[in-house]
Design a protein around this ligand. Sequence first.
Ligand SMILES: NC(=O)c1ccc[n+]([C@@H]2O[C@H](COP(=O)([O-])OP(=O)(O)OC[C@H]3O[C@@H](n4cnc5c(N)ncnc54)[C@H](O)[C@@H]3O)[C@@H](O)[C@H]2O)c1
Length: 295
Amino acid sequence: MEIKTVMVIGSGLMGAGIAQVAAQAGYNVIMNDVQMELIDKGYNTIAKLLEGRVRKEKISSAERDTILGRILKSVEPEAAADADFIIEAAFENLDIKKSIFQKQDNICHEEVIFASNTSSIPITTLAAATKRPDRVIGMHFFSPVPVMRLVEVIPALKTSERTVKTTEDIAAKMGKETVRVKDVPGFLVNRANAAFRAECFKCLLEGVASLEDIDKAIKLGLNHPMGPFELADFVGTEIGYNVFKTLYEGYKDPKFAPPLILEKLVVSGDLGRKTGKGWYDYTSGEKKPRTDLKI
Ligand SMILES: NC(=O)c1ccc[n+]([C@@H]2O[C@H](COP(=O)([O-])OP(=O)(O)OC[C@H]3O[C@@H](n4cnc5c(N)ncnc54)[C@H](O)[C@@H]3O)[C@@H](O)[C@H]2O)c1
C-alpha cells in the first residue's frame, strides 16, 4: 500500500514536530488532538519554525505554503479513516495509548500501521491490545524532532518485516536515520544515556566536581552539545526521572535506581526550563547557577 496520508495523534511537543517532518517529506498530514486549540498551538509552532526557515532562505515562501497546505487539522478520531499510517504521540500513559489504538482499530483500514512514539511503554503491550499485532511498531523520535536525526524503530514480538520496512522507509523520507532496537525497557538511547547520567549524579553527590563543572567537562571533554544537567532542564527533569523509574522497574538493576536528589527536585515542581527552575535558575531569562539547593 502506498503511504500518502499520515495521521499524527497528539499535537504537543513531539506530535507537532512529527507532523512538521511528515509534511516536509511530502505526506498529507492529519493533525489530531482532543481540542482544536491544542492542534492550533502545534500548527502555529510549525508555521513559526517554517517562517524562520524562509527568513534564513532555506525554503521559499511558496514551499512553506505547500508544506502547511498538506496539513489538515481534525479533533475527530474518525479522520483516521483517510490515513495510511498512524503515529501516536499522545500522553505517556498506557490506558490512553491503548484506547487510542483500540478506537483506531475499528476506524482504520486493516492494512494501516500503528506506530507509537512512546518512550517507555512496551510496544508488545500496545500491539497486544489491537487486532493487528503484526502492524504495530515503535517509532521513537527525539526532541526537537525537526532537528534530531535519529529514529529508533522498535518491532514488537509479532511485528511483520513489512511493517518494519515501511516504517524505516517513512523515517528515511522524513530525513531521519534509523536503528532497529529490540522492545526492551528504555529501548537503546534512553537506556545508555540513563547509565551515563547516573554516573554524573554520583559524581555530583560525591563532590567530584560542581554541577556546573560537570556540565562544562562533558561538553568540552566529550563534545556533547549540552551537559547532563543542562539537558535535563531542557527536556524536563520529570521526564528524566520517569526514564530512571522505567529502567529500574524493568531491569531491577541498582544502577538505574532514580537518584534521590532528582526525585526531590521533581516533587518540588522544579521541572527545568519550562517551570523557570531545575538544576539551574532561568527566572531572570538567563541560565544561572542555583545557590538555594541543599544537594
Ligand atoms: N518530550 C520528549 O522529549 C519525548 C521524546 C521522545 C518521545 N516522547 C513521547 O512522545 C509522547 C508525547 O510527548 P510530548 O512531549 O509531545 O507530550 P505533550 O504533553 O507535549 O503532548 C501530548 C499531546 O497529546 C494529546 N493527547 C492526550 N490524549 C489524547 C488523545 N486521546 N487523543 C489525541 N490527543 C491526545 C494532549 O492533549 C497533548 O497535546 C509521549 O509518549 C512521550 O513519552 C517524548
